[in-house]
Write a protein that binds this ligand. Sequence first.
Ligand SMILES: CC(C)(COP(=O)(O)OP(=O)(O)OC[C@H]1O[C@@H](n2cnc3c(N)ncnc32)[C@H](O)[C@@H]1OP(=O)(O)O)[C@@H](O)C(=O)NCCC(=O)NCCS
Length: 186
Amino acid sequence: MAEHEFRRVKESQTTLKELMVPHYANFGGKVHGGVILSLMDKIAYTCAASHARGYCVTASIDSVDFLNSVEVGELLTLHASVNYVGRSSMEVGIKVVSEDFHNGIVKPTNTSYFTMVAVDEETRKPTSVPGLVLEDDVEIKRFLEGMMRRKFKQHHREEMRQARAELDIERELPKLDGQNCKLSRS
Ligand SMILES: CC(C)(COP(=O)(O)OP(=O)(O)OC[C@H]1O[C@@H](n2cnc3c(N)ncnc32)[C@H](O)[C@@H]1OP(=O)(O)O)[C@@H](O)C(=O)NCCC(=O)NCCS
C-alpha cells in the first residue's frame, strides 16, 4: 500500500489581487458583498485544489462579517491557506483586505473559513487528501483551531437538529413578546 502523503502548508498558500471596477458597484456606489464572496470562493477552490491536486467542492462557509465597506477603485487582496485537513475535507482560512491607492490605507474587510471537500471526478464521492506538514507554531495553532471549529460546528448542527425536532409553537409563543413581530394568523 502506498505511504500516506503529506504536503507543506506553504505549497498551496494562495494570494489573489483584484481591482474593484465600477461594474462591481451596487446602487449605493460600494462594492457588492456578492462580488467579494465570489472571489473568496474562487481562492478557496484554488488553494484546496492545489493541496489536494484534484477537483474539490465547497461544502460550507463560516459566517462572513463585513468589517468595512469596499469602494470602487480600491485594490482587494485575498490570502488563503489550508488550516486543517480531515480525511477528504480541508478548512481554508481566507483573509481579505482592501487598499486605497490614494492614501495607502489598508483596511481589513473580512476573514472567513471555507470547508472544501475533495471529490473524485468520476464517482463524485469524497476522496482522501494528503495530510499537512506543520512547520511552525502558527501552523500548529491554525490546525488546532480548525479541529475546534469542526467539533463546534458538528455540535451546533446536532443541537439545532434536536431543537427543531422538539419545537412546540404553542409552548414557545410567549417568547414572541417584545419581539419585532405581530401575530396575524387566522
Ligand atoms: C460536500 C459533499 C461532497 C459531502 O458529501 P457526503 O456524501 O455528505 O460526504 P461525507 O459525509 O462522507 O463527508 C465527507 C467530508 O465532508 C465533510 N462535510 C460534509 N458536509 C459538510 C458540511 N456541511 N460542512 C463541513 N464539512 C462537511 C465531512 O465532515 C467529511 O470530512 P472528512 O472526510 O474530512 O472527515 C456533498 O454534500 C456535496 O457534493 N455537496 C455539494 C457541494 C457543492 O456542489 N458545492 C457548490 C455549491 S454551488
